[in-house]
Design a protein around this ligand. Structure first.
Ligand SMILES: [Zn+2]
Length: 344
């Protein structure tokens, strides 16, 4: 028996309902749609979630596809599937929760006395996240084609912790040909990642292209995201069946260079593409006036490295990363690698 809010599922059951979220002063709510699949045999708990960034719907569609064909009676352990975490952002097609403008993904473990998003993060962390052994958080940032498995932060890649080792395995098992991790503090404080780690949760977040314009490569991305969810269940020994992937090799990058947009808005024109080797000081992209075509600023690379999937976000508005570069840390051959992750 597993309980989430008012929902409960017994062995062999698929239950759907809403986890009650906070209310805004005008009565808007962020109740979270939750599917629970309670397996008939013991096993770990996998949380699969989409649209914590409201406009990133590839994962949502993939999750619904998996929900349709997953059979609780043939499952070991429990799958919690949340197609849309940030409902208000989702309905308005935008990344943050529009009520307070916050990015929910950065707020865990949440704050019951904070604003709407902080409260939502606190309820969701307590009721959902803490019940999971592994958390698969599906993203689809950027308008251009961007597709890789990000497994967040590694402090010392040569000397990984137990959780970091499991994270790397699940990232490879997911099935894309590219994966990456960031050095600590690359993007903000890593507050959420640290909260997951304290709970012993193996957290990773595949990125698919498309953003709100998901029709571009949409079907291929949805298919690969759904395939990745099944692969994750296989790696956790929750379902049987062979792994499916882009191919035998998964290249893992240490994404240790992030290029930030200058404090100007404009039309971003990227001159380098995935796989290009870029020297320190070389022009990576230019920012143009979108009406006259006049060059506003060149964006130079800060450290010699290889371009990894970075997306093509234009026009740019506000503070945003416009390039992610790094070095190959490891190339894993799935034909010989052990992709299984066991949870006590
Ligand atoms: Zn995202």
């Amino acid at each position: 028996m597993i309980k989430i809010g008012d929902l409960q599922a017994s062995a062999g059951q698929h239950v759907f309902g809403f986890l009650k979220g906070p209310r805004s002063r005008s009565g808007l709510h962020g109740d979270v749609p939750v599917h629970i699949f309670a397996g008939t045999e013991p096993g770990p708990t996998l949380l699969v979630q989409g649209a914590v960034h409201g406009g990133e719907v590839i994962g949502s569609i993939a999750i619904l596809r998996v929900v349709k064909s997953l059979d609780a009676k043939k499952l070991r352990g429990t799958v919690i599937a949340v197609p849309v975490l940030n409902r208000i952002g989702f309905e308005l097609g935008d990344r943050p929760n529009k009520i307070d403008g916050k990015d929910i993904s950065t707020l865990f473990p949440g704050n019951p006395r904070g604003s709407f998003s902080d409260q939502l993060a606190a309820i969701y962390f307590e009721e959902v996240i803490r019940k999971a052994n592994a958390m698969l958080d599906l993203h689809a940032a950027a308008k251009g084609y961007e597709r890789y498995v990000l497994f967040t932060v590694e402090r010392d890649p040569k000397n990984p912790t137990e959780i970091e080792r499991k994270r790397r395995k699940l990232a490879v098992a997911f099935g894309l040909d590219t994966a990456a991790f960031f050095p600590p503090l690359t993007f903000g404080t890593n507050k959420s990642e640290e909260a997951f780690e304290r709970e012993g949760i193996v957290f990773f977040q595949p990125e698919f292209g498309g953003g709100t314009g998901w029709h571009e490569n949409g079907e291929a991305n949805v298919r690969d995201a759904a395939r990745g969810i099944w692969n994750t269940m296989r790696a956790m020994r929750m379902v049987d069946g062979p792994f499916e992937s882009d191919g035998p090799l998964c290249t893992i990058y240490n994404a240790n260079v992030v290029l930030w947009k200058p404090p100007l808005d404009g039309l971003f024109v990227r001159l380098k593409k995935f796989g290009d080797h870029v020297q320190e000081g070389e022009v990576y992209a230019v920012l143009q006036d979108p009406y006259t075509g006049r060059e506003i600023a060149p964006m130079r690379n800060t450290k010699t490295a290889t371009v990894i999937p970075s997306g093509l976000e234009w026009p740019t508005v506000g503070a945003t990363s416009v390039g992610i570069l790094g070095e190959i840390d490891e190339v894993v051959d799935r034909r010989t690698a052990d992709l299984y992750v066991d949870f006590a």
